[in-house]
Design a protein around this ligand. Structure first.
Ligand SMILES: [Ca+2]
Length: 554
């Protein structure tokens, strides 16, 4: 920059000395007080000032400095029904998850990481809005025809990041409702993800076991032949269409409970659908399809910053591994799709690495709720489980107020920025909203979401003080090592899925540090602690927590 060099006279050399001294002192103070990422941002900011003094004009240096201040890309990899104990990094030995284990060993593994809820939709609602799902009565397991449950005026995680200059995308499972309740699947489907903050969406509407069994890109069914329109109904079948209930001879995967409506690809589903033959997904290709979409999204937006919500479908039912993974674990389809999901994580990471993005991308890997074996199909999940323990040391599973319902695998990874390690901080997916707002430079006050950026980046061991967890409208309360489960009516165990739900006629109080498996109810002997927990729980939750909805597995 010859034009600028001429200006580096005595005055500027003096300014330069002062600026460098100021810079050095500021950095020493800063590095001692705040985390690595914020220190880097501030260092870059100071560097911009210094560069301005040195060269006395704008230029590539300032541009590069401004570039260095850019917040990182963010990827949330969200698995579906993956249990705390389903991964090697939490102790699984029968089932191998080398790629997720690598993320954990090179990143930060949380031993107290939670979904807000023991089922899909509420956890996803909290993740994307920063609001506890029990505040929203529609945040329960939704049929495929449910209207969108996020208000389009509501602040959302992708919307907040978009305001901060991010490009935002979702690939995978949605299950937060679409449209206004009267969806015509043959026209643009809205409102949906694109109306609540996502610039790009490639989704399935609800779940793999629910119709419509088609992909939707930016509100339009992919590959739809206008001559073969789609109709969907969750109440009545269409004339002449076989169902799993009427025609068991047509299915290749037998239903156990629910899952006996329309048959697609030989698999009976929840809900009825007719038409759209050319658009229907092939179940065994779903993992590859979502992976390719996720990789393409990264490549298309690698200039960043981008936010990708990669919502994988495994190991939710129906478990349909690609033939490459069939039989690879000896645990039947449930084990095989976890191996498949792990491979997808590895391939996705390879893409980030190949694009040179690992040092500039924060990755959060977690699951929307705990594990279930038989969730509606006979797929040998129970019979071939062997010694594997999907719930790890916890009691219960999906649908449960016991720990296994919401206490899930959770890892953060950011090469060169997050020190590898293990954190005991109490963190929840609902906190990503405020924490990522802080990271992106937005207002971190976000509903129930707490700014735990320091914990997520491993700079602090401080997590939440308290957490309200939810399972099909029932709520429980964690504070420190203690968990309070209020009395709820209903069976202790759901026999169809064979999971203890946490229902009891009496209060339950457990100390997780001493009793991780929740076997010793201390409510009778620790009455002072019980009263304290009930009081604090009611302050947050209100006193009407006993009004609950019946558990529906479908
Ligand atoms: Ca789920």
């Amino acid at each position: 920059m010859p034009g600028c060099n001429r200006r580096l006279g005595a005055t500027n050399r003096s300014s330069l000395s002062r600026a460098l001294l100021t810079y050095k002192i500021a950095m020493e103070q800063l590095e001692g007080n705040v985390g690595l990422y914020r220190a880097k941002c501030f260092r870059n900011f100071l560097w911009t000032l210094v560069a301005g003094l040195i060269w006395g004009c704008g230029g590539k240096q300032q541009e590069a400095a401004r570039e260095g201040m850019r917040p990182p890309n963010i990827v949330v990899i969200y698995l579906d029904d993956l249990g705390y104990g389903d991964v090697g990094f939490n102790g699984a030995s029968e089932l191998k998850t080398p790629n997720m284990d690598r993320l954990a060993s090179e990143g930060l593994k949380f031993t107290n990481g939670y979904a807000t809820s023991a089922t899909c939709t509420p956890s996803r609602y909290a993740l994307l809005t920063g609001v506890y799902p029990w505040r929203k009565k529609e945040a329960k397991i939704l049929p495929g025809t449910a209207p969108l449950i996020i208000d389009t005026a509501q602040r959302t995680l992708p919307g907040m990041l978009r305001e901060q200059g991010y490009h935002t995308g979702i690939v995978g499972k949605w299950h937060l409702g679409l449209g206004d309740g009267q969806v015509d699947w043959n026209r643009r489907i809205a409102p949906g993800p694109n109306e609540v903050g996502f610039d790009y969406s490639f989704i399935m509407a609800a779940t793999q076991d629910r119709v419509p069994t088609v992909y939707i890109r930016d509100g339009r069914v992919v590959g739809l032949d206008p001559e073969d329109p789609i109709s969907v109904d969750y109440e009545n079948n269409f004339p002449g269409q076989p169902s799993g209930l009427d025609h068991p001879e047509l299915v290749r995967m037998q239903w156990h409970h629910g899952h006996n409506n329309s048959i697609v690809n030989g698999i009976p589903r929840i809900g009825y659908m007719v038409g759209g033959q050319a658009a229907q997904w092939k179940d065994e290709d779903m993992a590859d399809t979502f992976l390719e979409e996720a990789r393409k999204y990264v490549k298309d937006h690698k200039e960043g910053p981008f936010f990708l919500y990669y919502a994988m479908q495994q190991p939710h039912v129906p478990r349909t591994p690609h033939p490459r993974f069939e039989g690879t674990t000896g645990m039947g389809p449930r084990g095989d799709v976890i191996a498949e999901a792990d491979w997808c994580v590895g391939e996705f990471m390879k893409t980030l690495e190949a694009e040179g993005l690992l040092e500039n991308t924060l990755i959060v890997l977690t699951s929307d709720n705990g594990p279930v074996l038989n969730d509606g199909y006979y797929d040998e999940a129970v019979e071939k489980l062997g010694e594997h323990t999907p719930a790890g040391p916890f009691r219960g599973g999906k649908y449960s107020l016991f720990e296994a319902g919401t206490h899930v695998p959770l890892v953060t990874y950011w090469k060169g920025n997050i020190e590898p390690g293990t954190s005991e901080a109490l963190v929840c997916q609902v906190d990503l909203m405020a924490s990522l707002a802080a990271l992106a430079g937005a207002d971190a006050r976000q509903g129930d979401s707490e700014d735990l950026l320091g914990a997520f980046l491993g700079q602090s061991g401080e997590g939440r003080e308290t957490l309200v967890i939810e399972a099909t409208s029932r709520t429980a309360f964690r504070k420190g090592d203690w968990v309070l489960i209020p009395p709820y009516a209903g069976p202790a165990t759901n026999t169809q899925v064979d999971i203890e739900l946490g229902n009891s006629e009496v209060f339950q109080l457990y100390n997780l540090r001493e009793d991780i498996g929740q076997q010793n109810n201390l409510a009778g002997t620790r009455s002072g602690k019980l009263q304290e927990m009930v009081r604090e729980f009611e302050q947050i939750r209100g006193k009407d927590y006993g009004k609950i909805q019946a558990l529906e597995l479908k």
